[in-house]
Design a protein around this ligand. Structure first.
Ligand code: PBG
Length: 337
């Protein structure tokens, strides 16, 4: 590298000079993380006054809508711009086709409406996928004869689900299902129905990851998924070029923002995507990453506050504009002192 030659080697150059003082360490910082970068995922459940523990995600609960509203108010006052809602409908609302996903009076639609009414300035991101609503736990409709996940039938349902969320007041709909062609199809339906400002955050590079285990326990789909596999629609963890191809397609189809998921084990993908497309890019520190961290904190093996902030900072450094994290509330509290 030529700049090394021109500036000379040790002792003309001492890298530790700039690191020697607190003020100069602050001056040379390249990235920082603030509450503006955070999105807090929340699990909503039926009933009222309900706070139901998720065993594999200590500190995260399934909340009935009344409690979710209180929590959302707290997030907003901490300066967190948006929450992401994930529904936990009762098992008897789950069917082979997942029709409950677009019930205008469904758990999710009611939750969106009530939270939006209570805290209009807080962005609401909603998950578009059928897995909490199907009794087989897959994100798509299954062909009875072959067992295949049917793409074109599934995206019909996703468009209905998207419209029902937009109608309830969702600000950003986030298809997380990895079906082909769904972004263009959903965009067309939103435009035709007048939802021109409803944003789409595409889970464009979503991998077939085992780090989603605790999430599947949280939404009650784990025991429904027979083989536990989503490999015919989510990306193989071996591949990065395929992730770039997915992002390119979703952007062409009308995505406003894209997402890489999981997070920390996939920061190389995040970096490549950001460098290639230079569009608003998000990453998801998923349930398994949360569980690993909390397990180490609870054993006293890692410093909780410091590691939470470092883990989130690393996403920013790798190129994320924002991060979905189950630590978002706690991190914002730490940042607010
Ligand atoms: C559902 C969905 C999943 C996650 C977000 N949306 C699980 C899956 O694809 O099986 C995972 C989130 C997490 O692990 O925190 N389509």
């Amino acid at each position: 590298m030529s700049f090394i030659k021109s500036r000379g080697l040790f002792p003309n150059t001492r890298m530790r000079r700039n690191r020697n003082d607190d003020f100069s360490r602050r001056l040379i910082k390249e990235v920082a993380i603030t509450p503006n970068d955070l999105i807090y995922p929340m699990f909503v459940t039926e009933g009222s006054k309900c706070r139901d523990r998720i065993i594999s995600m200590p500190g995260i609960d399934r909340l009935s809508v009344d409690i979710a509203i209180k929590e959302a108010k707290q997030l907003s006052s901490l300066g967190v711009p948006a929450i992401a809602l994930f529904p936990v409908p009762s098992q008897n609302n789950r069917t082979p086709l997942g029709e409950e996903a677009f019930n205008p009076e469904g758990l999710m639609q009611v939750a969106i409406k009530k939270i939006k009414d209570a805290i209009p300035e807080l962005g609401i991101i909603t998950d578009i996928a059928l897995d909490p609503y199907t009794n087989h736990g897959q994100d798509g409709v299954i062909d009875d004869k072959t067992g295949a996940i049917l793409n074109d039938e599934t995206i019909q349902a996703l468009a209905k689900q998207s419209l029902s969320h937009a109608n309830a007041g969702a600000d950003i709909i986030a298809p997380s299902d990895m079906m082909d062609g769904r972004i263009g199809f959903i965009r067309k339906h939103l435009e035709e129905s007048g939802y021109i400002n409803t944003k789409i955050m595409a889970y464009s590079a979503k991998y077939a990851s085992n780090y989603y285990g605790p999430f599947r326990e949280a939404v009650g789909s784990a025991k429904n998924i027979k083989d536990g596999e989503k490999t015919t629609y989510q990306i193989d963890p071996s591949n990065t070029n395929e992730a770039l191809h997915e992002c390119a397609l979703d952007l062409q189809e009308g995505a406003d923002m894209i997402m890489i998921k999981p997070g920390m084990p996939y920061l190389d993908v995040l970096r490549r995507v950001k460098e290639e497309f230079k569009v608003p890019t998000f990453a998801y520190q998923v349930s398994g990453e949360y569980a690993m961290h909390v397990a180490a904190f609870e054993n006293g093996w890692l410093n909780r506050d410091q590691v939470i902030l470092e883990s989130l900072l690393c996403f920013k450094r790798a190129g994320a504009d924002g991060i979905f994290s189950y630590f978002a509330k706690e991190a914002a509290e730490i940042m607010n002192g």
